[in-house]
Design a binder for this molecule. Structure first.
Ligand SMILES: Cc1ncc(COP(=O)(O)O)c(C=O)c1O
Length: 423
């Protein structure tokens, strides 16, 4: 895409004042100026069909009129109070009514925070220290969550690998790692470590990998048998896979879940939700000083974010919305499947209609280790050509929105065809 002097200047400035020239998120070679519905424009004025969706929050598309109006109305009345506010209380009620495990809710500002609190909450409840996560599972950027996110040399389970500089060894000793989608291995590990386990955290749909039939239920059964809280990280899946999130979509209810992205309507807001007898550890009056887990955040439950989240959920609660976005995603998945087959590429489309991507391997994708066998160089080339063709996406995901139209789908499939045929 042609780049203006203005965007060039901004990128040069970014290289001076930001490490690596960016915020740490999408590649640092673009500056996004604005978004409207399913389209975004870069600072040179180039237009893209957007499947990045701000890494997921913009499920309704950018600058949705009802969400914008709700945020603006709240902004005119003040933007933060560090105290209960009506919008946050109403949002908590919607979550409690929609999400099966959510008897109570606490707000934070990011999914990272929500997951870190959820793990601490499980420790406070169980009075044990170790948490099990799954290799390749992403739970934000805390020390614990970054263990075995993307190990370069995967080791033996349940040994954790420290996948970032700066993580203390002692943290790795407190996490146990299990293979995703291997119910037998996970069950055996949970039983073997039941006495020291505080909780098990899992993305019910790990990155792009759906749970194998029975996997989540097996986790549910063994954690219940051992009295270990099961935490679903629904930061991505919450209100996206279904109104009741992945728990509803897959029919398995955890004890605790975390939410983010969609519930903040594009503002910083996330949540921990769960059974009241577990959530009571956030209430000193109920559990006493020794079992109390303080939870303080300057912007927790921010009223602008809560108003935007509430307005988003109101739109999502209208009949037919989930069906519409799923139909859009299905058309894209089917179209891309045909195109890679026509070209004869070793590739497959994985995921669900609201969140999928093409992976360049024929090997069955079940877990982190099988994902790691895909040809990421080919994916990078095709993503770059898609960008040239006016389609913006993250490195490994197509997030589909309610705002994508038939014209967006047609444009995307055409750009994808060109990108693939150039291989
Ligand atoms: C499953 C999952 N958990 C947690 C997070 C972290 O959320 P945040 O980026 O808001 O800290 C993400 C972010 O993409 C995520 O995908």
């Amino acid at each position: 895409m042609p780049r203006s002097h203005h965007e060039d200047d901004l990128l040069n400035e970014a290289r001076k004042v930001l490490p690596g020239g960016g915020f740490g998120n999408l590649s640092f070679d673009i500056v996004i100026r604005e978004g409207k519905a399913a389209r975004v424009w870069d600072d040179s004025g180039n237009e893209y069909v957007d499947f990045l969706l701000g890494s997921g929050p913009m499920f309704l598309g950018h600058a949705h009129p009802e969400v914008t109006a709700a945020a603006v109305a709240q902004m005119a009345k003040g933007t933060t109070f560090f105290a209960n506010n009506a919008e946050g209380i109403k949002l908590a009620r919607v979550i409690v009514d929609a999400v099966a495990c959510a008897e109570q809710v606490r707000f934070v500002s990011s999914g990272t925070e929500a997951d870190a609190y959820a793990m601490r909450l499980a420790r406070a409840f169980r009075k044990r220290e170790k948490i099990m996560k799954f290799e390749g599972g992403y739970h934000g950027m805390s020390d614990w969550s970054l263990l075995s996110l993307a190990p370069r040399q995967p080791g033996n389970f349940p040994q954790a690998s420290r996948d970032s500089a700066g993580i203390p060894r002692s943290v790795a000793a407190d996490m146990l790692i299990a293979p995703f989608n291997d119910a037998e291995a996970a069950t055996a590990l949970i039983r073997a470590h039941a006495d020291e386990l505080a909780g098990v955290i899992v993305e019910p749909f790990q990155r792009l990998i759906p749970p194998a039939p029975g996997f989540l239920q097996a986790l549910r059964d063994v954690t219940r048998e051992c009295g270990v809280p099961l935490i679903f990280d629904e930061v991505v899946t919450g209100f996206r896979f279904a109104w009741g999130g992945a728990a509803e979509f897959y029919g398995v209810t955890p004890d605790i879940c975390t939410l983010g992205k969609i519930i903040g309507g594009g503002f910083p807001l996330a949540a921990v939700a769960g059974r009241a007898d577990i959530m009571k550890h956030f209430d000193k009056a109920l559990v006493g000083a020794d079992d109390f887990l303080p939870m303080i955040g300057t912007l927790s439950g921010n009223p602008v974010a809560a108003a935007a989240g509430l307005a988003s959920l109101k739109v999502l609660s209208q009949p037919g919305v989930y069906e519409k976005v799923a139909a859009t995603g299905r058309t894209l998945m089917e179209g891309m499947t045909k195109i890679v087959a026509e070209k004869g590429l070793p590739a497959q489309v994985i995921g669900v209609p609201v969140l999928f991507d093409v992976v360049y391997t024929k090997e069955e994708i079940r877990d982190y280790r099988s994902t790691a066998k895909a040809d990421t160089a080919m994916q990078g080339r095709i993503n770059a050509r898609l960008r040239e063709g006016g389609v913006l996406k993250g490195d490994t995901k197509f997030y589909v929105s309610v705002a994508h139209t038939g014209a967006d789908v047609a444009h995307t499939l055409e750009a994808f065809r060109k990108a693939v045929m150039a291989e």
